[in-house]
Design a protein around this ligand. Structure first.
Ligand SMILES: [Zn+2]
Length: 288
């Protein structure tokens, strides 16, 4: 399939009508324009999320890639030049509007692939709100770097202690896509963030040590834990590591598209007037 035809924005309305009728899954990249240290452009999250979606669509003809939702949630991250911050409620409503429009046009399965860590709570609310607003569709999302196959592919190659921001993983992935846009002479480690058993973050979920179970939900101002705008060690990045991570992410997204296509969309019942014994029999039948 030529690249033109996997891009939602490049199709005509009759083609999009046909795509909706054919049950195509729409994948929406969700990202940010955000400083990524002195060595990377500010479009890292946008470029990587979109790249994963494009590679997935090249693998699986049953999906289209939507125009990205380019901006993200950044109030903690304005200490360096370049970052664009959009209010949380605007982003959530914007995302629900995009999904609602797709639902209106007959698309029934929508997958949002996020590239920006601080979009996670926004993504979750978009998915939850759009789902209850449109019970006739299935909407889901995840951050590309959090996919299990990315951890499987990248962690064995990883040389830095953790990945967080403009780090070994993000720099490697950008090197795999566009090495000329990465200034590796400016890529230096920044481990300013004070990690402790419950204050840590890692893009692929790698635990710092045996005492660490799950990180607390917390977001101190980003510059309290980074001097250069980096968290991690981008100097360890190579294009080969990035290629492995992107390919793993694309494989998993392509598989998720099929999983979503196979998942029946059930009308939500209302049990206020239901017979309890009948519900128990139904539960037994469905559990068998
Ligand atoms: Zn990033």
């Amino acid at each position: 399939m030529a690249e033109r035809t996997i891009l939602y924005e490049r199709l005509t309305w009759p083609q999009l009508r046909e795509a909706a009728r054919a049950g195509q899954v729409v994948i929406i990249p969700f990202a940010s324009i955000e400083q990524h240290g002195p060595h990377l452009p500010v479009d890292v999250d946008l470029r990587l999320a979109r790249e994963v979606c494009l590679r997935a669509a090249q693998r699986n003809p049953n999906c289209l890639v939507m125009t990205p939702m380019a901006f993200g949630f950044e109030p903690h991250h304005m200490a360096w030049p370049g970052t664009i911050d959009v209010d949380w409620d605007v982003l959530i409503r914007y995302g629900v509007c995009v999904v609602s429009s797709l639902a209106h046009h007959g698309f029934r399965r929508i997958l949002i692939i996020n590239g920006h860590g601080s979009n996670r709570p926004i993504l979750e609310m978009i998915v939850r709100l759009a789902q209850v607003k449109h019970p006739e569709i299935l909407v889901a999302g995840q951050s590309w770097f959090a996919l299990g196959k990315v951890a499987e592919a990248f962690q064995p190659l990883q040389e830095s202690s953790h990945t967080s921001h403009a780090c070994e993983l993000e720099t490697a992935a950008y090197l795999a896509i566009d090495p000329d846009a990465v200034d590796m002479s400016q890529a230096v480690a920044d481990y300013s963030f004070r990690r402790s058993p419950h204050f840590w973050a890692d893009l692929t979920g790698k635990r710092p040590d045996a005492d660490s179970t799950v990180p607390l939900i917390a977001m101190e101002y980003f510059a309290t834990g980074s001097s250069t705008g980096v968290r991690g060690d981008p100097s360890k990045a190579t294009a080969e590591k990035g290629q492995a991570a992107l390919e793993a992410a694309a494989d998993e997204v392509a598989a998720i598209v099929e999983e979503m296509r196979a998942r029946a969309i059930l009308p939500p019942p209302d049990h206020h007037d239901a017979d309890v014994e009948a519900l128990k029999r139904q539960a037994a039948a469905r559990s068998a």
